[in-house]
Design a protein. Sequence first.
Length: 324
Amino acid sequence: MKKFLLLMCLSMAAVMVVSPAYATELWDPHLAGVDIGLAAGALPPPGFYLVHDSYLAPTLNKYDLNGNAIPGIKIFGYVDITVLLWSTGLKFLGADYALALGQPFDYTSIRVPTGATFGGAPTYITGQQWGTFNTIFVPVILGWKCGDFRIKGAFSVAFNDAMSSPGNVEAINGPIAPSGNGTTMFTPNLGLSWLHAGWNISADLFYTWQTKNTNTDYQSGGQFAADYTISYTCGKWTFGLGMAQETQTSDDSFVVKGVYGSQPNTKANLFNMGPLLGYNFGPCSLMGVWEIPVGETNNGEVNCQRFFVRLVVPLGNPCPLGGK
């Protein structure tokens, strides 16, 4: 059980990004499913841990609100995330204390038809962009233990420091998506887990507020997100099922016909689910998740399958605190 906790119970409140979204500007504040497979309520033993996620949304069509593919539009997305977690060994309010720092990187390739033709063939605007998303700092992660139950509370800030590749078009409806939304994000986080005899039943719950985008004067509504896990570890293998949920609780505000205000029917919703498979290599662990869309509205209407792989590497405990 101790090895299971060491390799699988890394839990962070880092909020990431993945898919273009109309009702949450271009990028969702939470990378859907990024914590699937983790024991959301638990912290690992004292020490430093490197967590690396590679998240892929392969080439896909863009869909309209009726679920019909829009001819000619193609989007490819990739997100790469590196997080450093320090489980300090200190106690606060009876809980283990940890903190984390994360830096997402994103890449998109987009093809948009111009509506014109050349030599009888349709023409397109195409572009690629790479860049860094908001740097994420999690100054407070507290984990409590109560028998087989684990509870974690955390708070994170995603700073407005995203940087896109040179020449990128910084516009909501531009042919190339910028790497960030031009906002600062604040996210409290609650993780709950039941861990028993290799079983992990977890829920990782987030709520995000964003500041207004000063470049576009666009204000995204608050968003609830959750990653759910049911998994079983047998020897070196872990297998199970995960689900990701994103539910926007308030409409966006932006300018329409010269008037700024809250706009109806701009709440984004997303539900994905799919299998997970992990393997314990000893000091390191590797897990893959395949997310299949169940439902999606006002979230880009992409309805695409998503894949991600997580590598967890314990880095030791070079500066122990708390007498551990």
